[in-house]
Design a protein around this ligand. Structure first.
Ligand SMILES: C[S@@+](CC[C@H](N)C(=O)[O-])C[C@H]1O[C@@H](n2cnc3c(N)ncnc32)[C@H](O)[C@@H]1O
Length: 386
């Protein structure tokens, strides 16, 4: 059994049909029927020993853990704002989020062609909420959720052929972001009393497999931005994720309730806030207790304030340096910054770097080319404009 589990991380494999209690449990894991406590412990130890994720560090830093100063607890930012300005009323918070919506729509009008060359993949996105701002801003958005489409929406089906056959690997466009609101029922601390049964009958493994399919897609596409969302629980430990980067509650972003949510990944966690008092407490439990699929969907819908705040902090138009430094993550960020500061456009940087970066894996050559071009910037730009 453990040998089979060791195959799980970062490989695209196909698994099919089976016993279903929730959409994420619909896959058949073949001989991976479940884990004893000892096997679970051994798996976690293997992930811990392998370090925070297992992509080839000679070709990407996509899974690097966040530097301490980049980790954000939104509660701290909210506390400061509330100390100075008090809580926002629901109407004020709505107005702020509407401004963010308007800014996304404005990009959709003014930057349609640039954004249209960038693809956002949104996994486990039934409502479309997390990816909505990107779509409004003109990005090419693809949503994958088994409730939307049993075939093309099934993350278990992901493999190299899946993305080339269905999407022609997005026809040469940049995969800018991968967002993933992974099923949390087998990870969330709120369901801890069911963990032993789920570990034993294979439901936990099925959820782990979905996270690993997500990580495999991230490793394959190496997007500038990736983010996996889950409530507080055991996803990080069981799936071998790097440490989380952002912690927030929905009431930090215009809602009236608490639900401690963590986000793992590579992104700017310094989100703007719209802090409202959590007058409804943890209403997710009180109002939406129950296990029907409709209640589950209501409980897990991404709050729109979060979606727009995340877009504000992470889109490529407002954050060109982050977008390029993440895309070319093996380069010296100072060289990328010098080129951006010198006024080189994204296309100019791409022309200078891509052969070194993707064909020759010559990162020093790419750094040198950027620094040289930055030094010669006035001349470079003059010639480029002829
Ligand atoms: C925690 S919910 C996230 C919902 C999301 N926040 C939204 O606003 O729609 C998990 C989602 O994963 C989907 N799901 C479960 N198994 C899946 C699979 N094998 N492939 C794709 N989606 C799956 C469910 O349908 C559900 O919508």
């Amino acid at each position: 059994m453990l040998d089979a589990i060791a195959q799980l991380p970062l490989t695209f494999q196909n698994i099919n049909a089976g016993v279903a209690t929730a959409p994420e449990h619909a896959a058949d894991l073949g001989d991976l029927a479940g884990l004893s406590p000892q096997e679970m412990k051994a798996m976690v130890e293997r992930f811990a020993a392998a370090g925070p994720l297992f992509a080839n560090s000679e070709v990407t830093r996509v899974f690097d853990p966040p530097a301490a100063e980049k980790v954000v607890r939104l509660a701290d930012k909210v506390r400061q704002q509330v100390e100075s300005n008090g809580w926002m009323t629901p109407a004020q918070a709505r107005a702020r989020i509407e401004q963010w919506q308007e800014q996304a729509a404005e990009q959709g009008r003014d930057n349609w062609s640039e954004n249209g060359n960038r693809v956002v993949l949104s996994f486990f996105d039934y409502t479309g909420e997390w990816s909505r701002p990107w779509e409004e801003a003109g990005y090419e958005v693809w949503r994958f959720d088994i409730q939307r489409d049993e075939d093309v929406g099934d993350v278990n089906a992901f493999c190299v052929d899946f993305f080339s056959d269905w999407f022609g690997d997005f026809e040469g466009k940049e995969i800018y972001a991968i967002l993933a609101a992974c099923p949390c029922t087998d990870f969330s601390s709120a369901g801890a009393r069911h963990f032993a049964a789920k570990d034993a009958d294979g439901r936990t493994l099925k959820s782990i497999r979905l996270v690993h399919k997500t990580l495999a897609a991230i490793e394959y596409f190496k997007p500038a931005i990736w983010a996996i969302e889950n409530p507080v629980g055991r996803i990080e430990k069981l799936c071998g994720l790097p440490p989380w980067r952002l912690a927030f509650h929905p009431h930090h972003l215009g809602e009236d309730y608490t639900k401690k949510t963590l986000i793992w990944g590579r992104f700017n966690a310094d989100l703007p806030v719209a802090p409202c008092e959590a007058t409804a407490g943890s209403k997710m439990h009180t109002l939406y207790g129950g296990s029907s699929i409709a209640t589950k969907n209501a409980r897990s819908a991404t709050p729109p304030g979060f979606s727009y705040a995340f877009f504000q902090a992470n889109n490529a138009i407002d954050h060109p340096l982050m977008a390029l430094a993440n895309r070319y993550d093996m380069l010296d960020p100072a060289a990328v910054e010098a080129a951006v500061q010198a006024g080189l456009s994204e296309d100019e940087i791409k022309d200078l770097v891509d052969d070194f970066y993707y064909m020759e894996l010559d990162y020093q050559g790419a750094n040198d080319a950027l620094l040289e071009a930055a030094d010669a910037a006035p001349t470079f730009s003059m010639w480029a404009s002829l």
